[in-house]
Design a protein around this ligand. Structure first.
Ligand code: RFL
Length: 390
């Protein structure tokens, strides 16, 4: 069976779903293919912090109603370093514009519901996705679903929104894209606990044992992170060890951390990767399929949605008038923001993690924190980058 659409979208994460919505609103047809089940993608725990410009983009397209209703406005971040505390408000340089805490899986669920309610085509649990005809001709995406039925979608363009382990990039010939990357010798043990937050604002804390983060999710559930070694086995982290480390690493006089049942844990290695350019012929890469940022700066999903905004506008222009200029500029337009996010995320990672045992490096790390303590300008710069205001 062969179907026909204008844009074939591989991956129903934030990038693919936002792109599908924006295209539909511009009168451009698309089909979304997703390898996982709907239940799986709607419960996959990842991001939680959304920049104001991302919220505004979603709002402009009528995609932020539930996020506005249920999300928690977030006006500042607390940094702790060996017992010292520093609050960085976003308001000072941000005209009071807040970030919003809203779980990524809830946003994904909202986008899927709105897409399907509006008659959008989205196939879950597809297998063996493969691309052909990207170089000239008509691209065709072939896949199987429902236990073996083969299907094909013929399209004008393909959007590879299939994340860091996707298949789209593998269809680009060797040498046509360059992967630039940096190893980061740490990982995050992420935990979800059934307990309300012990803080009104996110806390990043550096301790002798390494980093701990107290993130927010809802009034009943909190997210915590602990710096661990890459590939650390989860079996080494029973719940009581996790709470003991969180208590030690987040401690601060006069402040207590409430504990609750842990119901989800995972270890995520950190990477910094950028693929350049983000386009080859009829294939456009978006989000994690093209770039991975360390999660410290909370940028990944924001970048993914930003890419979708840029590409949707370019495709709409091309479809309306045949002008391919914006399509040609897609990669450069996205990469400037991507590299700035990489730079900030790596800088922030080095600020709040135990990256080295070398005393010289550790004194430099302390000096970075001293600069933030001493300088309102340094805090404003941090706030602008963190909240995505510049
Ligand atoms: P996704 O979300 O990975 O979606 C890709 C989708 O493609 C599907 N897929 C396929 N579908 C069809 N055929 C195939 N062959 C396929 N292969 C894969 C997958 O099942 C999936 O549904 O990529 P997208 O859309 O680019 O979105 C990127 C974001 O998910 C990611 O950058 C963020 O989660 C990063 N991130 C954060 N970003 C923020 O903006 N704010 C945060 O607070 C934040 N916190 C985080 C994070 C990432 C973390 N981890 C996982 C490292 C915290 C953590 C711990």
């Amino acid at each position: 069976m062969r179907a026909r659409t204008q844009v074939g979208i591989v991956g129903a994460g934030p990038a693919g779903l936002v792109l599908a919505h924006l295209l539909r609103q511009a009168g451009v047809s698309s089909v979304v293919l997703e390898s996982r089940s709907r239940e799986y993608v709607e419960s996959r725990v990842r991001a939680g912090l959304i920049e104001n410009r991302t919220v505004e983009l979603l709002d402009r397209h009528g995609l932020a109603d539930r996020l506005r209703e249920r999300g928690m406005p977030h006006l500042g971040t607390e940094l702790r370093s060996f017992g010292r505390r520093l609050r960085i408000p976003y308001g000072e340089g941000a005209d009071g514009r807040a970030m919003v805490v809203y779980p990524q899986q809830d946003l994904v669920a909202d986008l899927i519901r709105l897409w399907l309610d509006g008659g959008g085509e989205l196939h879950f649990e597809v297998e063996d996705v493969s691309l052909a005809g990207l170089d000239g001709g008509r691209p065709v995406i072939s896949y199987r679903y429902g236990g073996g039925v083969s299907r094909e979608v013929e399209c004008d363009l393909v959007a590879g929104c299939d994340g860091s382990h996707g298949v789209c990039r593998g269809h680009v010939p060797e040498g046509a894209m360059t992967e630039l990357s940096q190893d980061i010798p740490i990982a995050w043990l992420g935990v979800l606990a059934r307990i309300g937050p012990s803080t009104d604002e996110i806390i990043y804390s550096l301790h002798e044992h390494g980093f701990a983060g107290h993130m927010l999710r809802t009034s009943e559930v909190s997210r915590f992170y602990l710096q661990v070694r890459p590939g650390e086995p989860l079996e080494e982290w029973p719940d009581d060890r996790i709470w003991a480390e969180l208590q030690a690493r987040l401690q601060s006089p006069g402040w207590t951390l409430a504990e609750g049942p842990i119901f989800q844990k995972n270890v995520a290695d950190m990477r910094s990767v950028v693929v350049e350019p983000m386009r080859w012929r009829s294939l456009f890469l978006l989000g994690d399929a093209a770039h991975i940022v360390p999660p410290t700066g909370a940028k990944g999903m924001n970048l993914a949605i930003g890419d979708a905004g840029v590409l949707a506008a370019a495709i709409a222009e091309w479809c309306a008038g045949g002008d391919a200029r914006q399509l040609d500029e897609y990669s450069d337009a996205c990469l400037t923001r991507v590299w700035r996010a990489q730079e900030f995320s790596l800088w922030m990672t080095a600020l709040v993690h135990r990256m080295s045992d070398d005393p010289h490096q550790r004194r430099l790390q302390r000096a970075r924190f001293d600069s933030l303590m001493a300088s309102p300008a340094a805090r404003r710069t941090f706030a602008e980058s963190y909240a995505g205001l510049n």
